[in-house]
Design a protein around this ligand. Structure first.
Ligand code: AHG
Ligand code: MN
Ligand code: MN
Ligand code: MN
Length: 333
C-alpha cells in the first residue's frame, strides 16, 4: 500500500482540491508536530517525571496535572513563532495568549484543550489533545477575547490527537474527516483512514452514570429507555462505555457509532454542563458533523451557539444522528 503522509495529504488538498490555504496547512503541521512531542512525553510516563499533580489550579478550579502544564507549554512554544497565528487560547490559561511582538502575526486563531482526560494520565488510559482553528476578524488590531467569540460554524479546522495504544490524529478542514497514525519509528503521521463516517444508528451510549440522580427529566427519560433494553420502548439492548477522556470516547464513536452525553444537571446554575464550548464541544461537533453525525446541547446545534465567554461550559450530546435526534427531541417535548 502506498503511504500518504500528513504533509503529502495537506499539500495535495491545497494543490488539487484547493480546500486548504497554505497558511492553514502550515498551522496544522505545527499543531501535529506539537502533538507528536506531547505523545513522546506521554509515552515516557514515570521515566520522564511527567505524572502527578503540578499543585496549581486552572481557571476552571481544577488542580492541574504536570502533563496539563507541559502540553500547554509545548503547544504555545510550537505555535508562537510560525507567523500563521494572531493569538491562542487554552483550557489551562485564564485569558488569551496574543502572539508576542517579536514574531510576525498571522490571520488565524488557535484554541486548544492541551491534555484531555487528565484523570486518566496517571493510570495509563488513553488521553488526548483537542484543537480548533478560527479566522481572525477582518481588520483586527491587538487580539482580544471578543475576537474569539465566534460560533463553531466559523471554524476552519478542528482536530484531536489521541494518545492510546496507537497515537492518532483526526482532522477536518470542513471536507470530511481523515485519520492519521503516528509511525513512531519514522516520526511521521501516515494517513490510515479516509473520510470517516459515523453509523447513523447505534446500540451504544456513553455517559457518566454516577450523576444520574442530578439529571433533568429529558435525560432521565432517554437513558432509562436505553437501559430498558429489547423489551422497552426502544426495542433493542444498548451497551454502555465511559472512558472519561472525551477524545477516546469520541474516537470510539467515530469508528463504530454511539452517543456521547455530558448533560447539564440540577446542580448547575450559571454554568450548565462540564465540557467547554470553545475547545472541547465545538471542535468535536465539527468533526462529528463532518463524519455524518450530529451534535447538540439538547436544544440547539452546538456549532450555532454564540459564545459569550472563553471558558463557557455547555451540555453536550453528540454522535450517531438517530440517537442525538431522539434525546434532543425529548428536550423539546
Ligand atoms: P479535561 O481533562 O480536559 O479537563 O477534560 C475532562 C473531561 C472529558 O475529557 C471527559 O469526557 C470528562 O471530563 C470526564 O468527566 P467525569 O470525571 O465526570 O467522568
Ligand atoms: Mn481540565
Ligand atoms: Mn478536556
Ligand atoms: Mn484538558
Amino acid at each position: 500500500m502506498k503511504r500518504v503522509s500528513l504533509t503529502q495529504y495537506l499539500v495535495e488538498e491545497q494543490r488539487l482540491n484547493n480546500t486548504i490555504p497554505a497558511e492553514l496547512r502550515l498551522l496544522i503541521e505545527v499543531v501535529a508536530r506539537a502533538c507528536k512531542s506531547i505523545a513522546h512525553s506521554v509515552g515516557k510516563g514515570a521515566l520522564g517525571d511527567i505524572l502527578g499533580s503540578a499543585d496549581t489550579e486552572n481557571i476552571q478550579g481544577e488542580v492541574q496535572k504536570k502533563l496539563d502544564v507541559i502540553s500547554n507549554e509545548i503547544l504555545l512554544e510550537a505555535n508562537e513563532w510560525g507567523g500563521h497565528l494572531a493569538a491562542m487560547a487554552s483550557e489551562e490559561m485564564e485569558s488569551i495568549h496574543p502572539i508576542p511582538n517579536r514574531y510576525p502575526k498571522g490571520e488565524y486563531m488557535l484554541l486548544f484543550d492541551p491534555l484531555d482526560g487528565s484523570s486518566n494520565i496517571d493510570v495509563n488510559v488513553s488521553i488526548g489533545t483537542i484543537f480548533s482553528v478560527l479566522k481572525a476578524p477582518e481588520g483586527m488590531g491587538d487580539p482580544t477575547e471578543a475576537d474569539f467569540m465566534q460560533a463553531g460554524s466559523k471554524q476552519v479546522a478542528a482536530g484531536y490527537a489521541v494518545y492510546g495504544p496507537q497515537t492518532m490524529l483526526v482532522l477536518t478542514t470542513g471536507h470530511g474527516v481523515n485519520c492519521f497514525t503516528l509511525d513512531r519509528e519514522m516520526g511521521s503521521w501516515v494517513l490510515t483512514q479516509r473520510d470517516m463516517k459515523i453509523p447513523s444508528a447505534t446500540k451504544e451510549f456513553a455517559i457518566n452514570m454516577s450523576n444520574q440522580r442530578h439529571w433533568h427529566p429529558p435525560v432521565q427519560r432517554y437513558v432509562s429507555e436505553l437501559l430498558a433494553g429489547a423489551t422497552g420502548p426502544r426495542g433493542k439492548d444498548f451497551n454502555m462505555r465511559w472512558i472519561a477522556s472525551m477524545v477516546a470516547d469520541v474516537h470510539r464513536i467515530l469508528n463504530r457509532g454511539g452517543i456521547f452525553m455530558y448533560p447539564a444537571d440540577l446542580r448547575d446554575t450559571s454554568t450548565p454542563g462540564k465540557l467547554r464550548l470553545m475547545y472541547e464541544a465545538n471542535p468535536m461537533a465539527f468533526i462529528v458533523e463532518q463524519a455524518g453525525g450530529a451534535a447538540t446541547d439538547g436544544v440547539r446545534r452546538i456549532m450555532d451557539i454564540a459564545p459569550e465567554k472563553l471558558h463557557q461550559r455547555v451540555p453536550v450530546f453528540l454522535g450517531s444522528k438517530e440517537e442525538v435526534e431522539v434525546v434532543t427531541g425529548y428536550h423539546q417535548a
